[in-house]
Design a protein around this ligand. Structure first.
Ligand SMILES: *Cc1c(COP(=O)(O)O)cnc(C)c1O
Length: 394
């Protein structure tokens, strides 16, 4: 394929810029301890917060749904892809988020693009976004016709200035969008101040709780529950691919939001429905979340334990307040070396560099789950200490 020859050079460029990615491969199920690239390791890299990937009740629900409903619906939701189970899940997700309604969309990514694109439809609209928001929100902004205003991360003074910009003041529609929990740093958005500022300025609030749902707030309901702001946030985005450990996303808000989006949101209209097994998995995951509160407690006990061990060892864990704990390194090569040395010690923690984080903010990003035992975390922390010392990071 001669016309694709240029890609070889592009790949070489990615390699020289340390941006080339080759996925690591699971040889066993995604679990707290599993086989990655042929080696058994303590896995600190998934978003499997509640360890639902291998939960017996959730697995059984997927099998039963396949027996009862077949493997898929072979249609988009609006043609004939919606089953009574899809409707049940949407009712229950609305209950989970404390909203009138919810709409399930293919993924968290497309839930964000769909919402930004569907609501921000004119150059007279303004979309206001935190600089550290997820890539899917950035792409949502690109698809939206609105003007974009980006504020410095969680900087309320900067947000105040933007809200008072004459161009923003005279906008037709204004919408602020923020991650609830920031995916690389594990800090929580300052929702109480955001709500106050947006209420004063008549701004729609959209919170992406991908890393908050099933993780923070009462029964893992997310940042709105965490800050006791029920009824104050217009749109809540969630994903079913992190704590819920399967695939999918949803938009929760008013009934009119759902009715509007299911008629105009392009990913919803033009990409097929989730298979029954996936929907059943999400329903079972919600049951587990409500009926096995010990999982959430163990997630947070493990989080506290591991963070303290890393801090005691002298690592900088940034501003994290959640199970996402970055281990700051500040250098691409050193971060990669630390990750490689840890792997040799039986610990899997991936290095994150530019462009995912800013230059100088290179790190290892760790996430503990409810599936880890204290002995796993002790072993992982000891390995971090040994390798961190060898590389002069601590
Ligand atoms: C992971 C993530 C998404 C994407 O969710 P998927 O369901 O994997 O598509 C969206 N927003 C944030 C903040 C995320 O961390």
């Amino acid at each position: 394929m001669k016309r694709l020859e240029f890609l070889k050079q592009e790949v070489e460029t990615l390699k020289t810029e340390s941006r080339f990615i080759q996925p690591h491969v699971l040889h066993t199920a995604q679990d707290a301890v599993c086989n990655i690239d042929g080696k058994e390791v303590i896995n600190l890299t998934s978003n499997n917060y509640l360890c639902l990937t291998t939960h017996p009740k959730v697995k059984a629900a997927a099998v039963k749904a396949t027996e009862d409903w077949g493997i898929g619906t072979a249609a988009v939701r609006t043609i004939i892809g919606t089953t009574t189970m899809h409707e049940e899940l949407e009712r229950k997700l609305a209950g989970f988020k404390g909203t009138q309604a919810a709409l399930v969309i293919q993924s968290g990514f497309t839930s964000n693009t769909a919402t930004c694109q569907s609501l921000m439809t004119s150059p007279e609209d303004v979309l206001i976004s935190d600089e550290l928001n997820h890539a899917s929100i950035i792409d949502g902004g690109r698809l939206a016709k609105a003007k974009k205003k980006i504020y410095r991360h969680s900087d309320m003074k900067h947000l105040f200035e933007i809200l008072n910009d004459p161009e923003v003041r005279k906008a037709r529609r204004k919408m602020l969008v923020t991650d609830g929990v920031f995916s690389m740093d594990g800090d929580i958005a300052n929702l109480p101040d955001i709500v106050e500022l947006c209420e004063k300025n008549d701004v729609i609030i959209m919170v992406d709780d991908a890393h908050a749902s099933g993780v923070i707030g009462e029964q893992g309901r997310g940042t709105v529950a965490h800050f006791n702001l029920k009824g104050k946030v217009d749109i809540q985005i969630g994903t079913l691919s992190k704590a819920f450990a399967t695939i999918g996303g949803y938009v929760a808000g008013t009934s009119a939001l759902k009715e509007y989006m299911q008629s105009v949101a392009r990913p919803f209209l033009f990409s097929s429905a989730h298979p029954p097994s996936v929907i059943a998995t999400c329903l079972a995951g919600l049951d587990v979340l409500y009926n096995e509160p010990q999982l959430l407690k163990k997630l947070w006990d493990n989080t506290k334990f591991f963070k303290e061990e890393l801090k005691k060892a002298g690592f900088d864990t940034g501003r994290s307040e959640t199970p996402i704990t970055p281990v700051m390194v500040g250098d691409t090569k050193k971060a990669k070396d630390l990750s490689a040395m840890l792997f040799e010690e039986g610990v899997f923690a991936l290095a994150i560099g530019f462009p995912t984080v800013a230059p100088g903010k290179e790190r290892l990003r760790t996430i503990v789950t409810a599936g880890h035992e204290i002995k796993d975390l002790e072993k992982a922390a000891a390995a971090f200490k040994k390798c961190g010392k060898a590389l002069g990071i601590i």
